[in-house]
Structures are given as structure tokens and as C-alpha cells.
Design a protein around this ligand. Structure first.
Ligand SMILES: Nc1ncnc2c1ncn2[C@@H]1O[C@H](COP(=O)(O)OP(=O)(O)OP(=O)(O)O)[C@@H](O)[C@H]1O
Ligand SMILES: [Mg+2]
Length: 274
């Protein structure tokens, strides 16, 4: 893609952050979606309030979104509701208020399965692979909604993650943490998603493996798939983020470009270790 914002390699690229209203400023207030002009984002969980079953609300007017061609990152302390926000966007939560829109279509009432059919790929934080199945079987499972020939997609996944091709006959449970995450992302890619959601794709891996995974994630974004991801490695994730969301207690605390958040003294002090 010639207009690809990631073609120059890693890192946030200012030019990619098109904000026609010029309001892409840091905002510590609810309704940050408007401040960031995310209302027409490719995927948006807009002003979501809700919780699990009949339990208390976990999300409070929470907005997360990703634009076409971008990487958006959600960070925040443990228990802030990052995974809950992802599950809400994927349809696994009772969203009492707010909406979820994909490519302009309101999908708030769709089941997760129907969202996958609409083009959402989701890699949850835990239990994201079938450990007793081989790597290749995991990828085949990923293609479950497809009726067409998915061998080309599998070849693309193996191109992206060569180690998976090498280990394709091995049980996924025997792989290292970083390799398992590649299986999980590869499985999601098998549906040929229009947007990819990743919950802590670098959990439990070494810094070197984390860097490699981030590089692969940027590569996926380069192929034209916008990525909405949760990351506990906040600083590194914000460096590759076009947009960042800091969630605290189920609400938007700070929203801005990755660069803006990295430069904000309060965000640095509270969430980035100074
Ligand atoms: N299945 C569930 N049922 C009820 N409450 C839940 C469930 N999952 C999470 N919670 C609660 O929702 C709140 C937010 O949890 P969540 O997992 O979304 O946080 P998180 O930001 O992803 O944290 P972490 O960084 O540890 O992954 C917590 O108070 C948690 O106890
Ligand atoms: Mg989580």
C-alpha cells in the first residue's frame, strides 16, 4: 500500500494521525472519543457502560476505537477493565449503554460469532490456543467460518511467522510463550479479519521476544488490518501506537496519540514509571 503509515518502520508516525478537526489533543475527560475524533473510526466501542451478567458495572462510559490503517493501544493498571473493554467490543459483555460500530454499522446486538463473520478477529488474554492440537490444526480451527480454500492464508501466516511452519506438526502446548502468541495471532488471521483485537499479545515473554512480536504486529498492520490491542508494556506499546487509551477503573483517564501520551507528565508519572 503506497499510503501506508508504517512503511518507514517502527514507531509512531505523526503523518498517519489524520485528524481533520485538528482536535487530537490529550483529554482527561469522558467523551474523549469526540476529542480524538473517533466517532467515525473503523471500529469503535462508544461510551460503553456495563458489566458481567447481573454484576456491577465495570465499564463506565468507556470509549476505545481504532481507525483504518492504525494501531490503537489500551493501557492501564491491573484490573482497570482493559480486557473487559475488549470483551465488550467483541460482544461478550452486557453493554447497558453505548454502542459498538464496525465500519459504520451498529453491531451492538450481534453475537461474537456474528462479529467474526463481519470481520472481527479477537485474540483473548488467556486460553487463546488449543494446547493439545498441533500448530497447523490450530490454524485450521481459525478458518472454521470459511468455506473457501484457506491454504493461501495459511501460507501467509507461515510467511509472517516462519517458526510456526517449522513447528506445524508439534502440539501448540509444547511451544514457548512467544511462539504460542504467534499461534494465537495466526489463528485469528485465518479468518482474514478486517480488524484485529489483541489482548496482551506479549504477556509473559522476554523483552527480545516482545520486540519481535511488536515487529510482527506492525507487519500485520502494514497489510491493512487495523489493530486494537491491550498492552502491559505501556511505554513500548505507545511507541508504536497511533492512538492510545489509558483506562482507570473502567473509564477513560487519558486519550491521545501515542506520542502525546508518552510526553504527558501525568501519564509518565502515573503509568510509565516517570
Ligand atoms: N468474568 C468476570 N466476571 C466478573 N467480574 C470480572 C470478570 N472478569 C473480570 N472481572 C472484573 O472486572 C474488573 C476489570 O477486570 P479486567 O480483567 O477487565 O482488567 P484488566 O485491565 O484487563 O486487568 P489485567 O491487567 O490484570 O489484565 C476487575 O474488577 C475484575 O475483577
Ligand atoms: Mg486484562
Amino acid at each position: 500500500m503506497s499510503d501506508n503509515p508504517y512503511k518507514d518502520g517502527r514507531g509512531n508516525k505523526d503523518a498517519s494521525i489524520a485528524n481533520p478537526k485538528g482536535t487530537g489533543t490529550l483529554s482527561a475527560h469522558p467523551g474523549t472519543g469526540a476529542a480524538m475524533n473517533t466517532q467515525n473510526a473503523f471500529l469503535i466501542g462508544d461510551s460503553m457502560t456495563g458489566g458481567y451478567g447481573n454484576g456491577p458495572d465495570i465499564l463506565h462510559d468507556c470509549t476505545v476505537a481504532v481507525d483504518a490503517g492504525e494501531i490503537a493501544v489500551i493501557v492501564g493498571p491491573n484490573g482497570a477493565g482493559k480486557s473487559t473493554a475488549m470483551k465488550a467490543v467483541f460482544g461478550m459483555l452486557n453493554v447497558r449503554q453505548g454502542s459498538v460500530r464496525l465500519d459504520g454499522e451498529d453491531i451492538t446486538d450481534l453475537s461474537p460469532q456474528d462479529r467474526v463473520a463481519k470481520g472481527m478477529g479477537f485474540v483473548p488474554q488467556t486460553s487463546n490456543i488449543f494446547t493439545s492440537m498441533t500448530v497447523e490444526e490450530n490454524l485450521e480451527m481459525g478458518a472454521f467460518i470459511r468455506r473457501d480454500d484457506f491454504r493461501d492464508t495459511m501460507a501467509q501466516v507461515y510467511d509472517l511467522f516462519p517458526i510456526l511452519k517449522e513447528k506445524r506438526r508439534q502440539a501448540a502446548g509444547e511451544l514457548s510463550g512467544g511462539q504460542r502468541q504467534q499461534v494465537a495471532v495466526g489463528r485469528a488471521l485465518m479468518t482474514r479479519p478486517k480488524v484485529l483485537m489483541l489482548d496482551e499479545p506479549t504477556a509473559g515473554v522476554s523483552p527480545i521476544v516482545m520486540d519481535e512480536l511488536f515487529d510482527r504486529i506492525i507487519e500485520v498492520a502494514r497489510t491493512g488490518i487495523p489493530i486494537l490491542m491491550v498492552e502491559q508494556n505501556a511505554r513500548q506499546a505507545l511507541e508504536i501506537a497511533d492512538k492510545g487509551y489509558v483506562l482507570v477503573q473502567g473509564a477513560n483517564a487519558f486519550t491521545g496519540t501515542g506520542k502525546e501520551l508518552l510526553a504527558d507528565p501525568e501519564v509518565r508519572k502515573s503509568f510509565l514509571g516517570g
